[in-house]
Ligand binder design. Sequence first.
Ligand code: ATP
Length: 603
Amino acid sequence: MEFSLIAQTLDILEKTSSKIQQAAALAALFKKTSTNVIDKVVYIILGILWPDWRGMPELGIAEKGIQKAISMATGTQEAEVEKLYKSLGDYGLAIERIKSGRPSKTMGLAGFIKNSRATPSKSLTVDEVYSTFVKIASLQGEGSRDMKLRLLSAILAKAEAKEAKYIVRFVEGRLRLGVGEATVMDGLASAFGIPRDVIERTYNIYPDLGAIAKIIAEKGVSEIKYIKPTPGIPLRPMLAERASDPNEILTKAGSPALAEFKYDGERAQIHKKENRVWIFSRRLEEITHQYPDVVEMVLKHVNAFEAIIEGEIITVDPETGDFRPFQELMHRKRKKDIHEALKEYPVIVKVFDCLYVDGLDLTTKPLTERKEMLKRIIVESEVFSLADGIVITTPRELETFFLKAIENGCEGLVIKSLSPDSIYQAGVRGWLWIKYKRDYKSEMSDTVDLVVVGAFHGRGKRAGTFGALLLAAYDPESNRFKTVCKVGTGFTDEELASLPKKLEPYRIPFKHQRVDSDIEVDVWFEPVLVMEVSGAELTLSPLHTCCKGWIKPDVGISIRFPRFIRWREDKSPNEATTTKEMYEMYLKQMKKIEKIAPVGEEI
Ligand code: ATP
């Protein structure tokens, strides 16, 4: 199959923001795609080599490398490539311009003539491009940089202008930020005539759209019904809604409900197959190597040949056994010497769900059944045990148990529906689980997790670092980031000093294409890093784009006195607080204070 088909589709996707048109373009591509490469086509469209949870190799070619490869491929001086990049803001556009032989303001006739040498001879195939990416990614160590550049420039030399543009964007990691999984699912549903929710449900328990596409194309649509949770392949986690009123919680969850301690640790999806154990994070990254102690516990305490269970890994004080906060677990993860880390930050595991055991898919079973299975297969001990919980029927019982959770060093409770349809909703944030946290008692009903999209240079004492960061919420509808506030307080001196270094890898010369901001900053960043922020209250602000026009024309939602709490390295940008959640929090807050906050700036 020719790579040009992918390039043409990417071109259409780039030109329209209509989800319907994007899905139609993808459906047309998938229909034309040969069965043997459909997985690769899906991955390339998503800007990946395979699902992240398989371990995403970096292609390992930085900006300067791309510049050099373009120069080698086209015979254009590196300085000219750089000039073009500076004027267009994108190496993809730069090579497209060079290859199509269009001279630009910054590039003289010399460049134009040189490029006529790079006329493609034979068409590039999808296989060729994909396997080159894999080869580039697999090269490591001494001499690998030159080899990577040679491979890239060879394929760029062969590519047509448009193909070259998207090959470069893939290598830069830009394609990853383009079309999301949701649109690819729409495209597959339409190409193969499958209900969208069937694909989504399959994706939630088997998050590999390339593999799913291949199964459908090779074996037929009916085959995806047989895809079930598989040890070694993480499921997308079920998430909890938030609420702050015990009455509302019981109405939503139903009575009786299960109230469970909400531990402040790291969520772990633990897979076991005979003697093999995998641990996946909330973001589906494999973190097994960070927890050799948990691996041992699983082999000792999980009495099943195959199992997928979920729990929270919490670090405890080695002397007293008391829970320590999440941040300390992050310290453990940063330690280079894992054995030292194990001693300094011992952990325990509290197991709260069971998704699969020995051939049986439990995700479609109600919570009571899953809990019974857990009791059957877990041999409890001090370090590996079931989450503490009780069945409650009244708000009063809920409040009493909440206080007990806080006394025990927990964040609060997760209240879980016990109804017959309380299935495990992989990948869904719904009312079957409701979190009730301590900080809901503060003025702003909860902290929020926002994405860093820009920064302002610091002055005076803060010269050399940043004075404030521009943060955004995620809007899943448009797959874009909408600004909420600038945050400049809450950082320790150390954290402040390290900000430029931490953010440098994400620095980009222009506002990112998925960021909506009416504010100009000194430095833009790719929307990657997520931080938790608290604040005094939510306010309306004409400066920010989060929920703009939802409450009043031309004003968005912002945070008054935002304050940095901590980095949320366990969250990807798409898992940041959504615009819809911001809106709901705002409405709830308004109900509480029953008056509209003044329009104004937040800092
Ligand atoms: P938060 O930012 O409040 O930690 P989150 O967005 O990371 O929330 P949510 O699904 O909203 O994730 O909240 C549930 C989280 O609480 C789970 O991801 C899990 O890590 C943690 N947790 C702790 N104890 C439990 C429990 N008993 N049952 C379910 N989740 C629990």
